[in-house]
Design a protein around this ligand. Structure first.
Ligand code: NDP
Length: 685
């Protein structure tokens, strides 16, 4: 029996300490409503609550902590009301109303609570702790509104209407307060907001936000530049009829392609690689416009890495060979590596052209045809690759690009005449693809997400380790699957490491990705930027310390794009959300460790297993630690370099199968075993 408890309204017991805290918070809210911020003191709260000031100090420390707790309690209360109403809501429109109603409910929208809220808001500018509570509260409200609006409006419109609704709620509150609460009428305030939302939704164009209710087959959708918002072009969604036609064309093309001698296929693939290199700058510019990745990256990495891969597999394809097996003088056997037929590739948005090349090169070199669907956010450069393959002499249909959203992807993974699917994407998508592929027993290659560790030992060359950590976190604005976002640094060198790291991050140039001097461009979309900013906020809330960055960049023209400053968190703990989940943005978490065994255990304590890196000058240790890490792609004294000769891929939830290297051949060929008799057949019948 627990005697240190009181009975709650619902009959359950609440510990006395919690009840006391709650009472003091309630008294604080009353006091704020009556006396305002300045008039609310610990002594005065103690007097109202009938306890000693020492007891208040025992529970909360100082006035600031008590006020912080009271503000959180107010925000939590509204949050619970919103969640309760959201659970009752049955439609997107109902969910918007739930937010409005909960914020302007009669029990909330009244003098006492309102005055307490305003007392806090007045202090938010001066007190960082209160600012954090306020911004977390605001972010949650905006996030809920945006999510509710997403099925009804295009993403950008949903974002701006969510912001307007939130601002109107604040405005209604403020007006009520300025009127001395004479105008604090919950029903008319809600009616005002409801009429506003209805009007905006009626005036809205088409209710088809990308990714939620995407355009239907045959309809076009736009690709936009994430640095400026400008429309770059339109592509048409492929539906069942288009996919069926593509499969038929691929079957025809594949028969012709596979019948060519391997040397001829290799020659044409090399011609395609040469065209890619010749058009490097134009393709890099298009990639930069479509993805927002800095031109200084796309000019040297994206196109070149694609061309490297095609050249490599041209050679590998030409040297494909089976085995010869000796069964004595009367027989022998051999194996043939044969193409699968028509295969599908589905790409993510971070390396659109490179992913298309990494998938197409082994597939085509082995004599298959590939139908490729780029991510809907970055559809443009794959089309250029299709043109290049045709120009290089590949038969029509051997490499085709189809456009669309997840539904188009599903048509590929479920198609009975497609023999394999290779996906680069999120873990959840990987699981969905594998389930769909199971119906026709398709072979799958899954290149999925990660949360990889990078370990810096005390004997590492620190400048190299800092360079590695930068490459592991901020390339492509952090939108790289293999990024080493959990940076474990030995305690003995952490301070020096952080000092050098922060100095180098501070010098990074954020800006127009088409400017060759720019090192950090925007994130791929507004929705993704909000997701990344949400993680940063979560990191702060959970107690990590931002050493640098931690905000959206809005300077001048950058306000039109989705720029987030490279961010370094110190004081991270393994259980924090930012340390556990893939953020896919420029956010590094630095963690401290003391022993090799400890860091290996912590590094492996994740469901992901894509990559890992170790910085040490003790090579025996480097190999020992890498051998113990659960990851598919590893580096010693470097990070994120991916020569095509080395297989690339993950273990655990980070994926199945490998791209690049000779290992990829396994995924694009099937073995045929042949027994050849040289003598007579002796049958016992
Ligand atoms: P998504 O998983 O959202 O999308 C990947 C592709 O799959 C897109 O073309 C998407 O279409 C399509 N798709 C979505 N659902 C389905 C489905 N049910 N069936 C078939 N196709 C589907 O990934 P992102 O584009 O957001 O890319 C980021 C993710 O990719 C990160 O997790 C990152 O780690 C991972 N990644 C992994 C790499 C690796 O090599 N391991 C490399 C690069 C990224 P659409 O988007 O058009 O709707």
């Amino acid at each position: 029996m627990n005697t240190h408890s009181t009975i709650r309204v619902d009959g359950s017991r609440e510990p006395v300490e919690d009840a006391r805290r709650r009472q003091l918070i309630d008294v604080t809210i009353d006091s704020l409503a009556e006396l305002g911020f300045a008039g609310t003191t610990l002594a005065q709260i103690a007097g109202r609550a009938g306890v000693s000031p020492g007891l208040v100090a025992h529970y909360f420390g100082d006035k600031e902590s008590l006020l912080d707790a009271a503000f959180r309690a107010l925000a939590r209360r509204v949050g619970e009301r919103v969640r309760f109403r959201l659970r009752q809501a049955e439609s997107a429109r109902g969910r918007i109303q739930a937010v409005i109603d909960a914020n302007l409910a009669p029990e909330e929208f009244e003098q006492k609570t309102g005055t307490a809220w305003l007392a806090f808001w007045g202090q938010v500018l001066h007190d960082p702790r209160l600012r954090r509570v306020q911004s977390a509260y605001q972010r949650r409200t905006l996030g809920t509104l945006r999510a509710a609006l997403k099925p009804l409006l295009p993403a950008d419109e949903a974002g701006s209407l969510a912001a307007m609704i939130a601002a109107m709620i604040d405005g209604v509150w403020l007006r009520a307060a300025l009127s001395g609460w004479r105008e604090a009428d919950s029903a008319s305030a809600r009616a005002l907001l409801t009429a506003f939302v209805e009007g905006r939704l009626r005036a809205a164009p088409r209710a088809q936000p990308p990714g939620v209710r995407p355009p239907q087959p045959g309809e076009r959708f736009a690709s936009t530049n994430p640095a400026t918002g400008e429309t770059l072009g339109y592509v048409t969604v492929a539906g069942t009829a288009e996919i069926d036609a593509a499969v038929r064309a691929a079957q025809r093309g594949q028969a012709e392609w596979a019948a060519l001698p391997a040397a001829e296929r290799a020659r044409r693939l090399r011609a395609a690689a040469a065209l890619l290199r010749a058009r490097n700058d134009a393709l890099a510019e298009l990639e930069t416009r479509d993805t927002g990745k800095p031109i200084q990256e796309t000019r040297v990495v994206d196109v070149a890495s694609g061309a490297d891969c095609i050249e490599y597999f041209a050679a590998v394809g030409q040297s494909l060979a089976g085995e010869h097996l000796d069964f004595g003088s009367a027989a022998f056997g051999y194996t043939r590596r044969e193409p699968l037929g028509v295969v599908a590739g589905i790409g993510a948005w971070n390396y659109p052209l490179q992913i298309a090349c990494w998938k197409a090169a082994p597939a085509l070199a082995c004599g298959n045809a590939m139908i490729f669907k780029p991510a809907e956010l970055t559809p443009l450069t794959a089309v250029k690759l299709e043109e290049i393959f045709l120009e290089a002499g590949l038969p029509a249909g051997v490499f085709q690009v189809v456009q669309g959203f997840a539904d188009t992807g599903r048509l590929l993974t479920r198609h009975p005449d497609i023999r394999k699917v290779s996906l680069t994407g999120e873990v959840g998508t990987g699981k969905a693809v594998m389930v769909d592929a199971a119906a026709s027993l398709k072979n799958v290659t899954l290149e999925l997400g990660g949360k990889s560790p990078l370990i810096v030992f005390e004997d590492a060359t620190l400048d190299n380790a800092v360079g590695g950590a930068l490459l592991a976190n901020f390339y492509s604005s952090g939108q790289v699957c293999s990024n080493g976002t959990r940076v474990f640094v030995h305690r003995a060198v952490k301070a020096a490491f952080l000092e050098r790291l922060v100095a180098r991050v501070a010098a990074m140039r954020i800006g127009d990705p088409l400017d060759p001097a720019t090192q950090v461009g925007p994130l791929v979309s507004q929705a993704h930027m909000h997701k990344v900013l949400g993680y940063i906020e979560r990191g702060r809330e959970e107690g990590a310390r931002v050493l640098i960055g931690g905000h959206r960049v809005m300077d001048g023209a950058l306000a039109r794009g989705h720029f987030v400053a490279p961010t370094v968190f110190d004081g991270c703990r393994d259980e924090m959300t930012i340390v556990r989940e893939e953020i896919f943005g420029p956010v590094m978490s630095v963690l401290e460790f003391e022993s090799e065994a400890e860091v290996i255990e912590r590094a492996n304590a994740t469901e992901f297993g894509l990559s890992a890196g170790v910085f040490t000058n003790d090579l025996a240790r480097g190999h020992r630690v890498i051998a113990a890490l659960q990851a598919g792609t590893c580096w010693i004294n470097h990070y994120n370099v991916t020569p095509v000769e080395l297989p690339f891929g993950g273990v655990k939830l980070s994926g199945l199968g490998r791209e690049n290297g000779r290992a990829a051949i396994e995924h694009y060929t099937q073995l045929k075993s042949v027994y050849v008799a040289l003598g007579d057949v002796e049958a016992p019948y």
